[in-house]
Design a protein around this ligand. Structure first.
Ligand SMILES: [Ca+2]
Ligand SMILES: [Ca+2]
Length: 228
């Protein structure tokens, strides 16, 4: 009987593991590499240093605010006019139009969304897949997060790209691969602006442990009472 109650407490704890998104952080990867970065025109670090974003993450505050600061074009945008100055976008080597970006989050984190600012025009990313991996090698990409995604193309004339959010079920991981399948038609290269992830708050990710402890405490009380 005790075992049954104990198992039930664990099951209840597990079923309550549904992270809320009321408070959330913006997780910026600490490093990134590309599987074929032999002759990258613009450096990879431009993807993870907030370069050319209209607001920095400290000002934005939470992941949700990336899209609700002002709505529409007032959201956090990646100003790509400065692309010509080579100071804010990543671009692959010439004639490379697919490949795998690997991000190191710096720690194991619970994440649930990708924020992506594309490059401009036909060089921008089109179809890609998201993977969570427990290492940074490409022998196996790990767990695929949702279906194949399609990023929007922004014409060269708009000079900036708005953030696109790609949701997936919360996953605990340190490494994320973006497997880029193609761009929007250019045969020259791939370009992209910036990448970040939604950092699901610790207190929510820790909920099962809390419920479990309350459950164990409750059992102790029940047993004491019974023993009297
Ligand atoms: Ca950038
Ligand atoms: Ca791997």
């Amino acid at each position: 009987m005790k075992k049954l109650i104990f198992s039930t407490a664990i099951l209840v704890a597990a079923s309550l593991h549904s992270p809320a998104h009321a408070v959330d952080g913006i997780l910026q990867p600490i490093s990134v590499r590309f599987d074929d970065d032999t002759a990258s025109s613009f450096p990879l670090t431009n993807l993870i240093n907030q370069s050319l974003l209209s607001s920095n993450y400290a000002t934005v505050g939470s992941f949700s605010n990336l899209t609700v600061l002002g709505g529409g074009t007032s959201d956090v945008i990646h100003n790509s006019v400065a692309e010509v100055n080579n100071n804010g976008v990543w671009s692959s080597g010439n004639f490379i139009t697919d490949g795998v970006l690997t991000f190191d989050l710096g720690r194991e984190a619970l994440i649930s969304d990708l924020a992506f600012w594309n490059g401009l025009g036909t060089q921008g990313v089109r179809e890609f897949e998201i993977y969570a991996d427990d290492d940074d090698n490409l022998n196996q990409l790990g767990q695929k997060l949702g279906a194949t995604r399609t990023a929007t193309m922004f014409p060269n004339t708009v000079n900036n790209t708005t953030v696109q959010i790609f949701n997936f079920n919360p996953v605990r991981t340190r490494y994320v691969h973006l497997n880029i399948l193609n761009n929007h038609g250019s045969r020259a290269r791939i370009t992209a602006g910036e990448v970040a992830f939604r950092d699901v708050p610790f207190e929510f990710s820790n909920l099962p442990a809390m419920v479990f402890l309350v459950g164990v405490g409750g059992l102790g009380y029940f047993r004491n009472k019974k023993g009297r």
